[in-house]
Design a protein around this ligand. Structure first.
Ligand code: ACO
Length: 313
C-alpha cells in the first residue's frame, strides 16, 4: 500500500526581493542571475516565521482535502531553519492548528527534507500505525543567508508547502522511494547553529553533485517502480537552479515541458520547493488520476531522494 496526496496548500510571504534589489546589495546583475540560475525574484518574510508559514500551508492543505484539524493523526515538518532547538515545529503547528489527535516531529534533511518526510509518512501509514498525515516543508532561509555573499544570496527565499496524505487505492499513490546521503560531501554546504553563522556554499560542488546524483536516483526509483522515464507525465524537481533542472532533464532524455518550475518567482525555498510547486500545479488542474509522477531533489548533507507515484484522487 502506498499513500496518496489528497490535499495541498502553500504559504509564501508577500514581500518580494527582486534581482534589481540584490543589485543594490551585492556586486551582481539581473542578467547574471537570470542567465546562471533562472531566478528573477524570491519572497522574504516580514513578521512570519517557519511555524506560522507552516500553519498557513497546513490550513490550506486541510481545506483542500476536506479535513478538519482534529482529523489529523501525524504531522511531519521538514525544516532546517527553525529558530529554536525545541519545541519542534510540528508540535508548535499542532498547537496552533488545534490538531489535538496528532503526533508530530521534525525532519532535517535540508532541501531533500520534504521527500524524506513524505517517505517517512509513507512508511508509517503503510504499517497502519496512522491513517493520515500532514507532510510539510517550511523554511525561512533569509535568516541564514549571507547578504554579502553574491555567490549564494541570490538563490534563496522563504515559504512553506503542505500536503495531506492518506492510503491510496491499490496500484496508486507512492510506488517506490530511493534516498541517500553523501556525508563526506557535506562540507560543500553548511551552516552552524551559532546565531551569527550564515550559509557557506561551494556552488560548483553542489551543482556537480545535483546534476550527477539526481538523475541516477530517479532512474533507480523508476526501475524499482517498473517504469521508464518516458512514461512519466510530470517531474517535480527541487527548485534550485534552472540549469540544474535542464541538465537533469537532458540526462533523463525528457522534455522540459514535463518539468514544471516556479523558481523564477520563488528561488530556492529548500524543503518547501516541491510541495509549493505541487500545490501550484494541482490548483491549475494539471494532474489527473493515473498520472505518473516523480518527485526528486537534493540538498545539504549532502542528501538526495526520489519517489515515484501514481496520482490518485
Ligand atoms: N553575480 C555576478 N557574478 C557572480 C555571482 C553573482 N551573484 N556569483 C558568482 N559570480 C562570479 C564568480 O565570482 C565567478 O567569477 P570568476 O570567474 O571571476 O571567478 C563567476 O561568476 C562564475 O562563478 P561560478 O561559481 O562558477 O558560477 P556558476 O555558473 O557555478 O553559478 C551558482 C553559481 C548559481 C551558485 C551555481 O553553482 C549553482 O546553482 N550551484 C548549486 C547551488 C545550490 O543548488 N545550492 C542549494 C543546495 S540545496 C540546500 O540544501 C540549501
Amino acid at each position: 500500500m502506498g499513500i496518496k496526496i489528497s490535499g495541498t496548500g502553500s504559504a509564501v510571504p508577500e514581500h518580494v526581493l527582486t534581482n534589481a534589489d540584490l543589485e543594490k546589495m551585492v556586486d551582481t546583475s539581473d542578467e547574471w542571475i537570470v542567465e546562471r540560475t533562472g531566478i528573477k525574484e524570491r519572497r522574504i518574510v516580514k513578521g512570519d516565521n517557519v511555524v506560522t508559514l507552516a500553519e498557513k500551508a497546513c490550513r490550506k492543505a486541510l481545506e483542500d482535502a476536506g479535513k478538519k484539524p482534529e482529523d489529523v493523526e501525524l504531522i511531519l515538518i521538514a525544516t532546517c531553519t527553525l529558530e529554536e532547538f525545541f519545541p519542534c515545529c510540528a508540535c508548535q503547528v499542532q498547537a496552533r492548528l488545534g490538531a489535538v489527535n496528532a503526533a508530530g516531529f521534525d525532519v532535517n534533511a535540508a532541501c531533500s527534507g520534504f521527500l524524506f518526510a513524505l517517505a517517512t509518512a509513507n512508511a508509517y501509514l503503510s504499517t497502519g500505525l496512522y491513517k493520515n498525515a500532514l507532510v510539510v516543508g517550511s523554511e525561512v532561509l533569509s535568516r541564514l543567508v549571507d547578504y554579502e555573499d553574491r555567490g549564494s544570496c541570490i538563490l534563496f527565499g522563504d515559504g512553506a508547502g503542505a500536503v495531506f496524505v492518506e492510503p491510496a487505492a491499490e496500484g496508486r499513490g507512492i510506488i517506490s522511494v530511493v534516498q541517500g546521503c553523501d556525508g563526506p560531501g557535506g562540507v560543500a554546504l553548511h551552516c552552524k547553529t551559532d546565531a551569527l553563522d550564515k550559509i557557506h556554499m561551494d556552488g560548483r560542488a553542489v551543482y556537480r553533485f545535483a546534476t550527477r546524483q539526481v538523475p541516477v536516483c530517479i532512474e533507480q526509483a523508476l526501475q524499482k517502480a517498473g517504469m521508464k522515464a518516458e512514461e512519466v507525465d510530470l517531474f517535480f524537481l527541487h527548485q534550485a537552479n534552472l540549469r540544474i533542472l535542464e541538465t537533469i532533464a537532458k540526462r533523463l532524455g525528457i522534455p522540459m515541458e514535463k518539468v514544471p518550475h516556479n523558481l523564477d518567482r520563488y528561488g530556492n525555498i529548500s524543503s518547501a520547493t516541491i510541495p509549493v510547486l505541487l500545490d501550484e500545479i494541482k490548483k491549475r488542474g494539471k494532474m489527473v488520476a493515473g498520472n505518473k509522477i516523480v518527485l526528486a531533489g537534493f540538498g545539504a548533507g549532502l542528501t538526495y531522494g526520489a519517489c515515484v507515484l501514481v496520482w490518485d484522487e
